[in-house]
Design a binder for this molecule. Structure first.
Ligand code: HEM
Length: 567
């Protein structure tokens, strides 16, 4: 059972033993109910746990009082849950106010991630997301934030607009390959942004592989080394040590993926200097400029010229942290959006009409249209809320802490349950309903809290790529809606299938669907129709307006076969 699963589906009976110590509790202060009481009360939301683990449910009385409103049926979460599992203390924080108290008010204390043995074994120790909150980590974050912030967006925003439009065209030409098109679009933009180079197919494949490795490395309970670190000293041939060669392979691939483009960018910067300044040495401060543009070559320029406040190692950390963090999360949001639109045709239609009222069917939406598309923005917020793609944010206090009378020992894995926060009925009425309208102000009622305040994290380690993510999601969503209609697959009797949503329980979570994945993912897009006024542009400089009805006819005549080239 995964922690993410545990938190999303608190069903079934508690399977627990009484622990011999109240590890996280200061005696005499607001003592929680005993385990026997937790396990025997019928009205308790039962918690599924790992066999043999001890479990305490904190603040039962307070939580019960708070959940008395009419949405209480949906609020199955206690504010804090303590688990002892995998040989460590785990505290699950379900309540938004507790997250704010710990991660914003005590932001420095909680600015650390827990340690995973597999992070170092797979070579991710210099990745911003897993490093301690050191000077190097802070500076690497600043490099990323500066690259993605709204000011810098002026340079990459137009490029992203064009690349999104090209993606729409590619998807219209071969809709059955839509997943590959989306991953290539995400991978190619981020590589171009980071290193200033084009992404090759084998690099995309490698990038996908390292993303899978990262997710596997982070799985709680999967690795014996997380629970028994001593096994790290056993030889490979020892029974149960198969994870070691796996980790070595993951590490080699990760190094290949991150070190090679960095070295390439570096040697290109240096080469240029050597040509421009034959007497060049690395400490030459007269150097300026390189033809390669991107976060790494630009920063290297300054570092080599001695005009930067950053070191090369900080840049390496920044650059090597981007790919998995950016691609998997954004891809998951795109997939959630497609599936949710398939399930909610009325929402799709409303958003489409709003877009058409702004673009008047003459062009695809651009970033300058963002403010004029409040319903599209509401749809995006609701997609984030409905299935936060990083449902758990892990942190660990640097020192033993005390919170509302409870002791949280140093090194406890504190898991912030974002899913519970975005499904808290006291913040979002009918949280299990997909309702974009909740994000629009109505009369005197203000709109619901922006779920992105939760889904991008908190405090000192808030996602540094959130501006890029917001911009890219807006472009994808608005251009997709302007171009395509997303419908469920057809059953044998010709009727549309009912859409039943499920979730994957991976570290980055995606809404999935009960029918076989291929059929589910491909069919709705095979049935894409560009209706009369939905037009596709090829990019600003070279705008080709294609009659959408001719696209549709071409599609019909080819009966959706993969060899169809569209236009
Ligand atoms: C929808 C898209 C995204 C979501 C939902 C998302 C969410 C998150 C969350 C929840 C965290 C942990 C924050 C915390 O501990 O409080 C995080 C960290 C991070 N994200 Fe994102 N992210 C997204 C896109 C991106 C993009 C596009 C980039 C880079 C271009 C990025 C780079 C990072 C990095 C480097 C970290 C680690 C920060 C640290 O530990 O200090 N993310 N993200």
């Amino acid at each position: 059972m995964e922690v993410t699963d545990l938190m999303k589906r608190q069903r079934g009976r508690v399977d627990c033993e009484r622990g011999d110590q109240d590890l996280a509790i200061d005696p005499g202060v607001d003592v929680p109910p005993s385990l026997d009481e937790c396990c025997s009360k019928k009205d308790q939301p039962a918690v599924t746990a790992w066999p043999g683990c001890r479990i305490e449910i904190f603040w039962r009385a307070r939580a019960t009082a708070e959940h008395k409103d009419k949405n209480a049926a949906h609020s199955n979460y206690r504010p804090l849950i303590y688990l002892y599992a995998f040989g460590r203390d785990i505290l699950i924080v379900n309540e938004a106010s507790a997250a704010t108290d710990l991660l914003e008010t005590k932001s420095t204390l909680y600015a650390r991630r827990p340690t995973w043995s597999m992070v170092a074994l797979t070579g991710r120790q210099d990745n911003i997301a897993f490093m301690d909150h050191t000077d190097r980590q802070k500076k690497a974050r600043v490099i990323l934030q500066a690259g993605f912030n709204p000011k810098a967006q002026r340079s990459w925003g137009p490029v992203l607009e064009e690349e999104t439009t090209s993606l729409m065209l590619q998807m219209a030409q071969s809709p059955e390959l839509f997943k590959q098109h989306i991953r290539r679009y995400l991978g190619s933009f981020i590589t171009r942004f980071t290193y200033g180079t084009k992404v090759e197919d084998h690099e995309l494949k490698l990038g996908d592989e390292i993303s899978v490795h990262t997710q596997q490395a982070l799985r709680p309970g999967r690795w014996l080394a997380d629970t028994v670190p001593l096994v790290l000293y056993l030889p490979d041939w020892f029974p149960g040590m198969a994870f070691k060669p796996w980790a070595r392979d993951a590490r080699t691939k990760f190094m290949e993926y991150t070190a090679r483009p960095f070295r390439q960018a570096r040697s290109s910067v240096v080469r240029l200097y050597v040509v421009s300044y034959p007497t060049y040495n690395e400490h030459d401060t007269k150097l300026d400029g390189t033809e390669m543009r991107g976060m790494v070559p630009d920063a290297l320029n300054d570092i080599i010229a001695g005009t930067s406040k950053y070191k090369e190692e900080e840049l390496i950390s920044a650059a090597s942290s981007i790919y998995t963090a950016a691609i998997e999360t954004t891809y998951a949001v795109f997939m959630d959006f497609l599936i949710l639109m398939m399930a909610h045709q009325d929402v799709q239609e409303k958003a489409y009409r709003e877009i058409m009222s702004v673009t008047e069917s003459t062009r695809l939406p651009l970033l300058s249209d963002m403010a004029a598309l409040p319903y599209v923005d509401a749809v995006i917020r609701e997609v984030h809320r409905f299935n936060p793609v990083t449902p758990m944010i892990p942190r660990s206090p640097m020192q033993t802490d005390s919170y509302k009378g409870y002791r949280i020992p140093k090194d406890t894995w504190v898991m912030f349950n974002i899913w519970a926060m975005t499904h808290d009925a006291s913040i979002y009425r009918d949280p299990h309903q997909f309702t974009p309208e909740r994000h629009l102000p109505l009369g005197h009622e203000s709109s619901a809290k922006d779920p992105r305040d939760f889904t991008f994290g908190f405090g000192k380690r808030i996602c540094p790529g959130l501006n890029l993510a917001n911009v890219q999601i807006f472009l994808f969503v608005s251009q997709f809606l302007a171009t395509f209609e997303i419908r469920p697959p057809l059953k044998d009797d010709g009727n549309e299938e009912e859409v039943v949503l499920e979730y994957t329980s991976s570290f980055v979570s995606v809404v999935s669907y009960r029918v076989a994945e291929m059929r589910f993912y491909i069919e709705p897009l095979l049935r894409m129709m560009c209706t009369q006024h939905r037009l596709i542009g090829l990019g600003k400089a070279d705008l080709a307006i294609i009659s959408s009805s001719s696209l549709y006819n071409a599609y019909r005549s080819s009966a959706g076969k993969s060899e169809w080239k569209g236009i």
